[in-house]
Design a protein around this ligand. Structure first.
Ligand code: 2HG
Ligand code: ZN
Length: 487
């Protein structure tokens, strides 16, 4: 039997709202043609294909507020969306067409950069890459870097508390937020755009919205902390025998000069093999093929810091001690970019290799090697032939423990094993007192895990907060908190 045509599945309450919404946002602010909305209604991993009557694209906070007021009055759910790069379907509407997408894309102004206060005031729809570039032009740096930064937008990055490559030095997105403007679930605008470094005035409300994945309010503008622009950067790509050797190398860099360590990333031999196979222009910078590789980046604002010498000194010691098998140091900005490309193209290369199940986990940094060994063995026992591709942010303990389908099996069969695979990995994570959700969030993929991991008083507090801030449950319902826990 053919599928029901999507438009007949669109809920009438959402449809009925569109004329009033159009009168607020105008024609450029409303997409209703399925040819225009389809891309917004599917996540990039294609885990979820939703339907929606419209994508609403307000031009400013006042328009957005008016739209939310209408939706609240009609009880129509809204799905806030930035660059649509969620790993967990957090910005994809339901299949039944009952939800409208609220896209922040048109709110894309960098309002202010202050190199003395070291702050940037920026609207939610600016891409992370554009924000980084604007900061650099002003002689500063926005020290948040993620693989999807060319597409991911500030609003989504904050709503999910993105982490990425520089967490080891600067923390996660929430550590960079000084102020926020948020449209609440009743449409009221909260202007908390302060740029203060000290401000002990009751509860820290802005941090409630950071990481809430659009379930408590819609972030429209933010004041972010900047740091001094690096004037000396040194990057190396190192071949190592195992994850323990990578950890030992990390320890040496920490002991040598923790303040200059800006990134310490781990990759497996298989992950690099996929990148070399599927990504045009990718080249292995060392002569030695190894079971694991580490990328280390040192950076400092001091132009005469001698980081290159520092990098060489630590690597020489590690080579002599047999910790590092081979290493290449970038001699130019182009070489630095080529080394980072090997790391950043991991996601795309895995996608081209076949179906994969992602586990965005964290454990204490010291436990990363033991975790990888045990989780690999457990998954290989569960699904013979499965290919573990652990990689990621070793310096902060966040490993993307992704499993690539065994060669020759049906990809759909493999994807259908996702719950069993995630449980298998999470059992090991639990043994090391880690987290099943390090930086990608909960979205639509993981709410069912919440009672198990955050049950009791912790989940109860989250439910109460949700009820207070979104009593009608119109903001991204069913994401983060499991449905049965919503009132
Ligand atoms: C990264 O670190 C991203 O590159 C994506 O968080 C990780 O594909 C993934 O699982
Ligand atoms: Zn990551």
């Amino acid at each position: 039997m053919p599928d029901t045509p999507p438009m007949t599945r669109i809920k009438s309450s959402a449809l009925a709202l569109l004329p009033a919404i159009r009168s607020i946002v105008g024609d450029p602010g409303l997409l209703t043609d399925i040819a225009d909305t389809a891309a917004y209604a599917q996540d990039w991993r294609k885990l979820y294909t939703g339907h929606t009557a419209a994508v609403i694209r307000p031009a400013n906070t006042a328009e957005l507020s008016a739209v939310v007021k209408l939706a609240a009055a009609a009880g129509v759910a809204l799905v806030p969306q930035g660059g649509n790069t969620s790993m967990v379907g957090g910005a994809t509407p339901l299949e039944n067409g009952s939800e409208l997408i609220l896209s922040l894309t048109r709110m894309n102004r960098v309002r202010d950069i202050d190199p003395l206060d070291m702050t940037m005031t920026i609207e939610a729809g600016v891409t992370l890459k554009a924000a980084q570039n604007a900061a650099l032009e002003a002689g500063c740096m926005l020290p948040l870097s993620i693989s999807s930064e060319g597409t991911a937008q500030i609003g989504g990055v904050l709503a999910t508390n993105a982490g990425g490559n520089n967490t080891v030095r600067y923390g996660n997105a929430r550590d960079l937020v000084l102020g926020l403007e948020v449209v609440l679930a009743d449409g009221e605008i909260w202007n908390g755009l302060r740029r203060l470094r000290k401000d002990n005035t009751g509860y820290c409300l802005r941090q409630l919205f950071v990481g809430s994945e659009g379930t408590l309010g819609v972030i429209t503008t933010a004041v972010l902390k900047l740091v001094s622009k690096p004037r000396d950067i040194a990057v190396a790509f190192c071949a190592v025998a195992d994850a323990q050797a990578a950890l030992d190398l990390f320890g040496r860099f920490q002991a040598h000069d923790a303040a200059s360590l800006q990134a310490f990333e781990l990759m497996s031999g298989l992950g690099i093999e996929f990148v070399l196979r599927h990504i045009q222009g990718a080249v292995l910078p060392v002569a030695t093929k190894a079971p694991f590789y580490a990328l280390v980046e040192l950076a400092t604002p001091r132009p005469d810091a001698g980081l290159r010498a520092s990098l060489e000194a630590v690597l020489e010691g590690a080579l002599e001690a047999g910790i590092v098998l081979d290493a290449a140091i970038a001699e130019s900005e182009a070489q630095r970019a080529a080394i980072w490309k090997l790391r950043e193209e991991h996601t795309e290369a895995q996608k081209r290799e076949g179906a994969s199940v992602k586990n965005d986990i964290s454990v204490p940094v010291s436990k990363v090697p033991a975790f990888i060994a045990r989780a690999t063995a457990a998954c290989e026992k569960l699904i013979p032939g499965v290919r573990a591709v652990p990689f990621g942010h070793m310096g902060d303990g966040n490993i993307h423990f992704n499993l690539e389908q065994p060669l020759g099996v049906d990809p759909d069969w493999f994807l259908a094993q996702d719950h069993a695979i995630m449980e298998c990995v999470n059992n090991v994570v639990r043994d090391y007192e880690g987290s099943f959700s390090a930086e990608h969030g909960i979205g639509r993929l993981k709410p069912y895990m919440m009672p198990d991991w955050r049950g009791g008083s912790e989940l109860a507090m989250m439910q109460r907060i949700k009820r207070v801030l979104d009593p009608l449950g119109i903001l991204n319902p069913g994401r983060v908190l499991p449905k049965e826990h919503l009132v």
